[in-house]
Design a protein around this ligand. Structure first.
Ligand SMILES: *[C@@H]1O[C@H](CO)[C@@H](O)[C@H](O)[C@H]1NC(C)=O
Length: 148
């Protein structure tokens, strides 16, 4: 019994598999996934966005009482439009994914959905934290000293 509990303590976190990215690690993964310059947004802008949306935590979730939607993951992608969490009224699921898939350490799905989000006319302005903390600022510090 004790052994099973110990094994659970060791392996359950691996099953849950979210993670908090390091700044430069995230910059590298975003670049590898084609985000540097995507729809005109340099990778430092994406890192700034993720910093202020989720503090680089893939497991971040935030509920919006107004429309009963939830924001998921490193880019805080919203369940009203983009993903399905099975509990958001009038949800569209434009990215065609489960919101849970936006919380994993592998951010490929989150990146793909973010790419879909910036294809809308408002582009990166869709993210309030980007408007409030990154827009019109020198964001180069977000990739400073990263080997990209
Ligand atoms: C991440 O997930 C994608 C599919 O969603 C897969 O193609 C890729 O190999 C995965 N990357 C790693 C490092 O596991």
């Amino acid at each position: 019994m004790k052994v099973l509990i110990l094994l659970g303590l060791v392996f359950l976190p691996m099953l849950a598999h979210g993670k908090v990215y390091k700044r430069c690690e995230l910059a590298r993964v975003l670049k590898q996934n084609g985000m540097d310059g995507y729809r005109g947004n340099s990778v430092d802008n994406w890192v700034c966005l993720a910093k202020w949306e989720s503090d680089f935590d893939t497991e971040a979730t935030n509920y919006n009482p107004g429309d009963q939607s939830t924001n998921y993951g490193i880019f805080q992608i919203n369940s009203h439009y983009w993903c399905n969490d099975g509990k958001t009224p009038d949800a569209k699921n434009v990215c065609g994914i489960s919101c849970r898939d936006l919380l994993t350490d592998n951010i490929t799905q989150a990146v793909n959905c973010a790419k879909r989000v910036v294809h809308d006319p408002s582009g990166i302005l869709a993210w309030k934290a980007w408007r409030n903390h990154c827009q019109g600022r020198d964001v180069s510090s977000y990739i400073q000293d990263c080997r990209l």
